[in-house]
Write a protein that binds this ligand. Sequence first.
Ligand code: CA2
Length: 147
Amino acid sequence: MTSILILNGPNLNLLGTRQPEVYGTTTLGDIEAQCTEAARSLGLTLAFAQSNSEGAMVDMIHEARGTHDGLILNAGAYTHTSIALMDAISSVGIPTIELHLSNIHAREEFRHTSYIAKVALGVICGFGAHGYTLALQAMANHLEATS
Ligand code: CA2
């Protein structure tokens, strides 16, 4: 069965507890439950993870090789800084969708740069928690079209 890893970066474990005006009231646990249901109806196997550590995220991307067919990555603030995550995605060659809850282009200038976008299939941002299920649908379509 086609397997997808959804990987979340720093501070996303706080979702639903602080800054609801920016990030909404949905918790990461709620998002995982929505993704589990969406993956089931799309016929996908899902792994869902979060880390506050850049190195741990690099390790999880390396370990995804041979295990997962697609990566959906909300790298949080590392999106705007991490050449290491960009290189990890390039090195494993797994199709990757960059995802954000907020519209990073409508926010501060420093959020307009993304190292992840340079190696991603595409980017989904600004649709809040719904973006996660949109990304799963987009990844399912991509993997189906390229299989
Ligand atoms: O919009 C997104 O999904 C972001 O990846 C979220 C990151 C931010 O640095 C990116 O520019 C855009 C921040 C995640 C912080 O999450 C929090 C959640 C609740 C309370 C505080 C932070």
